[in-house]
Design a protein around this ligand. Sequence first.
Ligand code: PMT
Length: 400
Amino acid sequence: MSNILLGVSGSIAAYRACDVARELMRAGHTVRVVMTPAATRLISPDTFAALTGNPVVVDVFDEPEPGQIAHIRLAQDSDLLLIAPATAHTLARLALGLADDMLTTIALATRAPILIAPAMNPAMWTHPATQAHVQTLQARGVEFIDPTYGVMACGDEGWGKIADTPVIVQAVQQRLQRAQALKGVRVLITAGPTHEPIDPVRFVGNRSSGKMGYAVAEAALAHGAEVTLISGPTALTPPAGAKVVRVQTAQQMFDAVQEAFDECDVFIATAAVADYRPERALPSKRKRDAQRWTLRMVANPDILGTVALRKGSRIVVGFAAETDKALQHAQEKLQRKNLDLIAVNDVLEPGSGFEVDTNRLTLIYADGRIEPLPLMRKRACAEKLIEAVRMIVIQRWGKL
Ligand code: PMT
């Protein structure tokens, strides 16, 4: 069973956290509570201490165990941080990365999954500022248990009531299960474009932003995998917890993958690798001295195709960026590159493929199964892909 840290912030729904704590304990978990100062005006820390049998922390300088730095200890020892209820103010502080009380300090220090059950007035919940904070947190892998519709303590009606206790407890159980789903599995991921230098200021590249690959890395981490992310040049912040290797060119990506491949169990190639590079990178900037300029290109190594030849029992997953006959071309790639699974996207379809936040993937398995997915945010596509990988892991190696 797991160690759950329950964060309680200053909503009138704070009393509901008592039920949540009790039900989580009934499910066999150990519960520790951290409260914001505002929450202590609505319910006493002594109530939670009596219910959970553990001391409650509020102030950053609370040190219940001598010799231990409480916020670090709680951050590291918890399997999951559940914040229920979370107020608009607490959401804003979490989104901004403030660490101005014990709860927000722990939220910054922990690498455990974070689940949030908001509770607030409907006008506050639907305010663009609050929704922007929710999106910021979701982009970092924080998950939400959506508030429900109803009449608030203030008499207003709308979306903003904290979710029911069974819904919160079930979300915690599912999140804990997911956090263990790929425990001990080493996942190697390539992401982003490659830049092939023409001269010191120009390169041949493509439109990949890295969003799809980084989302796959986040989803694998959320399932408890050990993730190595080999990233071409992108403007994205890598997910916390991933080992990141940065490269520029296809040859550098090839070398990095070759080096890491033996130590992985699953390889997922989402990168848009340049298939060709200028034969020779000029040592200084090419001047405008002629009407024509012919660049001679040579083939880059096929990273995925090369390592898949020695995959052994590893699971190897490719992507296919297609503009026509998508399924047919992807099936050919699946076979030619000796893959277990390929995710194909039609990069001409609006909302799909390069740069955008959404994608429409079709998963094609080595056994011929075809699973079309709807147009979704890339993070949701990544969840589906990792779930498919997990099923192959279980088929191949038995239960984890
Ligand atoms: O980064 P985003 O902006 O979010 O965009 C996402 C994406 C469109 C880049 C992504 O969804 C995607 O389709 N990635 C694969 C892009 C690609 O290069 O596809 P391909 O069909 O050319 O290559 C097939 C597979 O071989 C891919 O897994 C690719 O990583 C791999 N490959 C290709 C060439 C090469 N030299 N080495 C490789 O390993």
